[in-house]
Design a protein around this ligand. Structure first.
Ligand SMILES: [Zn+2]
Length: 114
């Protein structure tokens, strides 16, 4: 399962960070997940609790911020919300649009208890 491998790598990253900081446990983890990243948020939460079990991240609250996808026009630089990869620019009508957000999967912050 896609979400399980993501959950496992999140656990790897946060536990390594906690060890580096000599933390006793991880209280919470904040994630940013883009709505067009292909990650199912509910499934990720479920996989995370399984992956974090018996680690110092086991009691951590997973806070997920979903990021609305946005496009940027190559012609005129306008930014606008998109829900499809081939979005039309709202301003000049160009189809040369780059998806500039919405695909991210980032660990935004980790709250540690030392
Ligand atoms: Zn444009």
């Amino acid at each position: 399962m896609h979400e399980m491998s993501i959950a496992l790598s999140i656990v790897d990253v946060v536990t390594a960070k906690a060890e580096e900081e000599h933390a006793k446990k991880i209280n919470s983890i904040e994630l940013e997940v883009g709505k067009v990243s292909g990650v199912e948020v509910e499934s990720l939460k479920f996989c995370f609790s399984a992956a974090a079990k018996n680690t110092i991240a086991g009691d951590a609250a997973l806070v997920i911020h979903e990021i609305e996808p946005a496009g940027e026009c190559e012609e005129c630089g306008t930014r606008f919300p998109v829900n499809f990869h081939y979005a039309k620019c709202e301003s000049c009508g160009s189809f040369k649009t780059n998806i500039v957000s919405g695909r991210e999967l980032l660990i935004k912050s980790i709250m540690l208890e030392s």
